[in-house]
Design a protein around this ligand. Structure first.
Ligand SMILES: NC(=O)c1ccc[n+]([C@@H]2O[C@H](COP(=O)([O-])OP(=O)(O)OC[C@H]3O[C@@H](n4cnc5c(N)ncnc54)[C@H](OP(=O)(O)O)[C@@H]3O)[C@@H](O)[C@H]2O)c1
Length: 255
């Protein structure tokens, strides 16, 4: 079955590198117009060049915005509408983790930033996309959570709590917005990106050994799931969280 993404317009936050960049590139390969956003315009311009080099027919708009700042978010969505006439797809992917340590010791500023970027931005950008055109013409939203939102882990407990919230925001929005807008979520395991470098780089061989599919994730593993979840390929799915983790969360034992 074809994805049906040709001619659709997709906005991806946190698209200057890692998972967001892979998702935007995969959408462009499927014929979608892509709006890529993150805080740094220069990095986005580079990604836009790379996407159009790989897919010469792709239409790409690069527009910087801090996901937590309402005016910047609104300006980005407005720019997307001005360029492409509306939005069909939103991927809430930008994420941050400013604190590593026991949750009992997290400072209010770090906690507030984690909620602003990982959790409330999902609400804010979904509201903007709905107002822009999603509510009227329908579409699909995909939120990027984490397997950490389903389990406990040392060091990143507060980050994981915001990811648990994203899983529930997905269900709530899916219920409220059906049947016009489908809302689904991806919970990645450990993926080789900048954000998670301290977790995987020093331990890659060891973690791979304990992962049923024998390796860590690549951004493209998550992008493939995103293409499925925004495409006609998943037209009877909403409110769900797809775990993409190489089997890490179903391994038989910790040994
Ligand atoms: N890598 C993993 O193992 C893993 C596992 C589970 C879930 N995830 C989730 O996957 C998503 C993507 O992360 P990644 O691993 O691809 O990390 P990454 O390579 O570090 O990319 C993060 C992206 O988010 C952007 N960003 C960060 N803060 C932002 C802000 N305040 N406003 C706008 N953009 C912002 C970054 O660009 P700028 O810094 O230029 O703004 C960058 O484009 C995140 O939601 C993350 O929590 C990752």
């Amino acid at each position: 079955m074809r994805t049906g993404l040709e001619g659709k317009t997709a906005l991806v936050t946190g698209a200057s590198r890692g998972i967001g960049k892979a998702i935007a590139t995969a959408f462009a390969a499927e014929g979608a117009n892509v709006v890529i956003s993150s805080r740094k315009q220069e990095a986005l311009d580079e990604v836009a060049k790379e996407i159009t080099a790989a897919h010469p027919d792709a239409r790409v708009l690069a527009k910087a915005a801090h996901v937590g700042r309402a005016e910047e978010a609104a300006a980005c969505v407005d720019a997307a509408v001005a360029e492409f006439g509306g939005l069909d797809i939103l991927v809430n992917n930008a994420g941050t983790n400013p604190y590593y340590g026991p949750m009992a010791d997290i400072e209010p500023a770090a906690a507030a930033k984690t909620v602003e970027v990982n959790q409330f931005a999902v609400v804010q950008w979904t509201q903007l996309a709905l107002k822009a055109s999603l509510a009227e013409r329908g579409g699909a939203v995909v939120n990027i959570a984490s397997v950490g939102g389903m389990i406990t882990e040392h060091g990143i407990g507060y980050y994981n709590a915001t990811k648990a919230a994203v899983i529930h925001l997905t269900r709530q929005f899916a219920m409220e917005l059906a049947p016009k807008v489908r809302v689904n979520c991806i919970a990645p395991g450990l993926v080789k990106t900048h954000l998670a470098r301290a977790l995987w780089e020093p331990h890659e061989a060891e973690i791979s050994k304990h992962t049923p599919l024998g390796r860590l994730g690549e951004p493209e593993d998550i992008a493939n799931a995103a293409v499925f979840l925004v495409g006609d390929t998943s037209s009877w799915m909403t409110g769900q969280t797809m775990v993409v983790d190489g089997g890490a969360t179903i391994r038989a034992s910790l040994a």
